[in-house]
Structure formats: C-alpha cells, structure tokens
Design a protein around this ligand. Structure first.
Ligand SMILES: Nc1ncnc2c1ncn2[C@@H]1O[C@H](COP(=O)(O)OP(=O)(O)O)[C@@H](O)[C@H]1O
Ligand SMILES: NC(=O)OP(=O)(O)O
Length: 310
C-alpha cells in the first residue's frame, strides 16, 4: 500500500476515432507507467465527452431509423463509453508494463456516482459532449433534434447536457482496495450519474464533469497528488489573447482571484481549476497539477505545467 496519485485524463485528449484513441491511450500509458515508477499507487480517471456524444448520437439515430429497437438513455450511453475507453486504457497500460518487464494488474471499475436529484444542473445544461460543429450546423441540429448547443472555448459548437455535481462515489471502497494491488481505472466519464429514490439507485439523464468527480475521489481516497491531463501544457490567464500568460506554480488563493476575474472557460478549463482548488484545499501539502498528457511525469519531477499548491 503506497501513497496515491489520482490522474484524470481528458476525453478530448483521447481523440475522436478508435485509431486515435488507441494511439493516445498508448501515450497516456507511458505517462501512467512512468508515474508508477515513482512508487505511487495510481488511480486513473477519464472523461468521455466526445465518446458519450458519439455513442448517444449514433444510438438515437439508429433508433429513429428502426435499426435498433430501443432508445439509449444517457446513463447507459456513459456505461458504453466507459467500457470502450476502459478497454483501450487497460490494453495500453498492460502493453506498456509488459514492454518494461513489469508485472501488475490493471482493472477498470464501472463507477456509479451519486448526484442530488434537485441539483440545479438538471435544469441548466452546461456539459459539452460530442463532436465540435460549425455554428450553422449547430443551429440546424438544434431545430432537428431539440438538443442545445453552445460555443466551446473557440473550438466550435457542441451539444450540452445536464451536469449535476458529484456527491458520493458508490464504489469507493472497492476502488480503494483494488488500488493497493492494481492500477485502477475508475470514475470514467465522471462516473455514471445515479439519483436515490426510495433507497434505490437509478441512472440519471446527465454527464458529470470528470474533473469534479476526480477531485472528490482524490479527496476521499486521501491522495497526495492530483494530476489533470488535458490538451494544453499550462493553464493561462487572458487565454487566446495577445497578452496571454501561462501559469506555473500558483497558490490556491492567487488562482481564486483569477477565477473571479473570469479567465477560465465554463465547461472546459473552469471545472479543472475548481477541481484542483477543491483538492488542494482539502489538506496540508496537497498538490494539484494541470498539464498535457505528454508532460505528466516531467510535471511531477520538475514542476513543469501548472502546479497548484495549498
Ligand atoms: N484559461 C485557459 N487556459 C488554458 N486552456 C483553456 C483556458 N480556457 C479554456 N481553455 C481550453 O480548455 C481546454 C481543456 O478543456 P477540455 O478540452 O474540455 O478538457 P478535456 O481534456 O478534459 O476534454 C484546453 O485545451 C483549452 O482549449
Ligand atoms: N465527463 C467528462 O467530463 O468528460 P470530458 O473530460 O471529455 O469533458
């Protein structure tokens, strides 16, 4: 039983096709095994925005065209995405371990995450999922499907759906026990959202932000380090502006000021920054890192990327 690191992989950092995802999973696997070699127990979490959007769109199209006989609710779409991504990560990490002559188990835990059925997120969709489309296509799709679209960080328009906050991780003890012996992939897609009704857990029509769930997991499991891997090496203020400035080592308090000034986009960088602050605020000597997939083990060894300290 060692000290624990929770590593969160962005859904967008895993590409858009099977081939891209396999290749990027093998890049992630190298970083994950490098991190293992620092002597920590590793728990990998991951996003599913592009993947759950693709699955939901394909299944609903197939249902409308009578190709399949059932609609697929969002909780079940998330479950499919988690199996798809979990398989690629297990496969890539296991192959990387074998290449280095290391022997360790790698296992995925399909994770249910409790949300509050009264959470305001159910009434105000904010979570971008699926592919990026041009404005005209977004307007057409809004009319055709009734989905809501928003602009996402200068990269195009995406469908948005409800994203309530994570309250509790149902499989927490299983994840904790498994992580003493194996690399664990858990809380995929932010976990499958479930609400509680009359003592029963029921899948909800939402996608939870994986950065917020990962921070909750890192807190509950008492991790030392929480690493969020995404497509950019640094968090920036004045993002995409001529006066953009990369953030390096920064205290939680300084970061809070920048949050107040509106430097981080909702649905993309803001949840990562809030998740990092949530974790570093949970105890002394907690460190959160936001950086790119390629940079992760360097970030831990050399303070590269954006490092948030208590
Ligand atoms: N202030 C900022 N600093 C850096 N990146 C930002 C900022 N605001 C928005 N972004 C965008 O947020 C993206 C990361 O969010 P997203 O793609 O949703 O994450 P994920 O990797 O979890 O899928 C970056 O690639 C960048 O385009
Ligand atoms: N569920 C989730 O937060 O996915 P992304 O990381 O892909 O946005």
């Amino acid at each position: 039983m060692g000290n624990k690191i929770v590593v969160a992989l962005g859904g967008n950092a895993l590409g858009n096709t099977v081939k891209e995802q396999l290749e990027l999973a093998s890049v992630a696997a190298k970083s994950i095994v490098d991190l293992m070699e620092t002597g920590h127990d590793i728990i990998v979490t991951h996003g599913n925005g592009p993947q759950v959007g693709m699955i939901s769109k394909a299944m609903n199209y197939a249902y409308e065209k009578n190709i399949i006989g059932t609609e697929l609710p969002m909780a079940e779409s998330s479950a499919l995405s988690v199996g798809y991504i979990g398989f690629h990560l297990q496969n890539a990490i296991q192959n990387e371990l074998r290449k280095r002559g290391m022997n360790k188990g790698v296992a995925s835990v399909v994770t249910q995450v409790l949300v509050d059925k009264e959470d305001g997120g159910f009434r105000n969709p904010t979570k971008p999922i699926g592919a990026f489309v041009a404005k005209e296509e977004a307007q057409m799709l809004e009319k055709e499907t009734g989905y809501k679209f928003v602009e996402d960080s200068g990269r195009g328009y995406r469908r948005v759906i409800a994203s309530p906050k994570p309250v509790d991780i149902i499989e927490l003890e299983s994840i904790r026990n498994l992580s003493d012996h194996s690399v664990v992939i858990a809380c995929g897609g932010g976990g499958i959202p479930v609400i509680e009704e009359n003592g029963k857990l029921i899948g909800a029509e939402a996608v939870i932000d994986k950065d917020l769930t990962s921070a909750l997991l890192a807190r509950l499991i008492d991790a030392d380090v929480f690493i969020i891997l995404t497509a950019v090496e640094h968090v920036a203020i004045n993002f995409n502006q001529p006066n953009m400035k990369k953030l390096e080592v920064i205290t939680q308090k300084e970061l809070k000021t920048y949050v107040g000034e509106g430097h981080f986009a909702a649905g993309s960088m803001l949840p990562k920054v809030l998740a990092a602050m949530d974790f570093t605020g949970s105890g002394k000597n907690k460190k959160a890192i936001i950086t790119s997939l390629e940079n992760s083990s360097r970030a831990l060894r050399e303070n590269a990327g954006t490092i948030i300290i208590s």
